[in-house]
Design a protein around this ligand. Sequence first.
Ligand SMILES: Cc1cc2nc3c(=O)[nH]c(=O)nc-3n(C[C@H](O)[C@H](O)[C@H](O)COP(=O)(O)O)c2cc1C
Length: 246
Amino acid sequence: MKKILVLNGSPKNDNSSTMWVTKAFVEGLLSTGKYEVEYVNLSSLNIKPCTGCLSCWGRTAGECVIKTDDIPSFKAKVEECDIFIESFPLFFFGMPGTMKVFTDRMLSMMNTYRGQNAPENGESFHGIRNPKPERKFVVISSCAYTESKNIYEPLRMQYDYICGKGKYTFIGVPQLKTLIDLKNEKKISRYLSKFTEAGIEFANNGCLSSETEELLLKAPFTESGYKVFLDNFWHEEEEKGKLIKK
Ligand SMILES: Cc1cc2nc3c(=O)[nH]c(=O)nc-3n(C[C@H](O)[C@H](O)[C@H](O)COP(=O)(O)O)c2cc1C
């Protein structure tokens, strides 16, 4: 059996909206009978921040000097798996701080920076140390805003520079929490089914077509409809006394 490793980077752990989509995508992968999955909540891991010593690029050659937290055992899981999925909400147009702390600690998996220029040819700045070409990397991030293409640009650029353009699969999911909060089961299950289909496509082809990526990025609500939902939501919160009016 091939292994899928999912890192849930939402501080909401099992209440994460992003995980609804991630689980739908994984369901598609599992339906092919080729995979087994392990889910890990980032908040359950003890992760110390990178100290910036750069030993992993020098004298310890790929090994981090911090040995007393959960990174060594988690890194072994990442190295062993066939599909690594990071699932997290968009926070201020990037990854949540806890995900960034985790990502910094993955420096030991990257090759050293030797003064090369920005990767216009689609390569990453670094490249992975001891790459396993068949291992796939998927990033799934949900957000609240509507204009998903612009909203995700900073995050995409960060991953392009880390991994290289086209070296990972990105799934952006706009307006997700509202869709889930409205509890329209039919609409939710119709919406999630496209991620399950995408999981099957990924299992069969090892990637998603650009048409599928576009389809997944499509927001569930029209812009005007969404504004009404949000206005109503914040109005109700005010009515319930949950917001303090200035
Ligand atoms: C600190 C913070 C920053 C956020 N920043 C953004 C943002 O820049 N753009 C956006 O569309 N949504 C933003 N959101 C909304 C979340 O991305 C969105 O609600 C997400 O679907 C939550 O996913 P989760 O339930 O998996 O944690 C932010 C939320 C928080 C708490």
